[in-house]
Design a protein around this ligand. Sequence first.
Ligand code: ADP
Ligand code: MG
Length: 256
Amino acid sequence: MSDIHLDQITKSFGPTPVLRGISLAIEKGEFLTLLGPSGCGKSTLLRILAGLEVQDSGSVRIGESLVDGMRPKLRDVAMVFQSYALYPHMTVAANMAVPLRMRQLNAWQRLPIVGWVVPGTRRLSAEIDAEVDRTARALGIGHLLSRKPGQLSGGQRQRVAVGRAMVRHPAVFLMDEPLSNLDAKLRVQMRAEIKDLHRRLGVTFIYVTHDQAEAMTLSDRVAVMLDGDLIQVAPPQEIYADPDDRRVAEFVGSPK
Ligand code: ADP
Ligand code: MG
């Protein structure tokens, strides 16, 4: 059963078409990579999936629901940004807890407040701390919880960003060039960690990169995107051995 359905998604910024009618079905638990050169529309498509951008036409279905018009926080997806987007003034623990605190706030809005005490507050906070702690340890950053982002290496920051996405246990992970700010050696190491994470969590990953090697090693299927169109969607081997057209062959560096 497909987990995500994109149907004829278009998007323009001003007069410039950025997505020209993207249709794609993604299987539950699949690792799918959007691969294409800078500016081809990858981030825009991912942001539409996350609900951070609205398409001009076409529809998005995630699981059973048509999510068009649904607010980002109500979608069962989590996004890891290229820039990590961590709050510099907050500790690692506080950064990782943000999605859970937001959920707590949303729940509070629906609860009666009795004498300024919201029922269950202390228990919820303890649960959030425990979840953050568990996730941080699983990512090897358990010892960094009281630091601020500025006191971390690039790789550690990247793990915090992944951890913040993990705490909500989303059904879908969206990752926008999560390794592009790391040096080459660390990039290869983190690639293995992301693959391992996908295996352990068993949920759907949609990964964006302009790096062919990254796409080829990580993915169940690669969707090659050029200038707002999907040109070919296939397993890495097939893309490499049997590219649909010359532009794909050139981009993935296959011999054809
Ligand atoms: P990619 O992630 O593949 O590099 P993007 O989706 O970020 O591509 O951008 C695709 C095109 O849309 C680019 O030409 C970019 O300049 C343009 N674009 C993206 N976001 C905006 C925006 N908010 N306003 C105007 N143009 C944008
Ligand atoms: Mg981008």
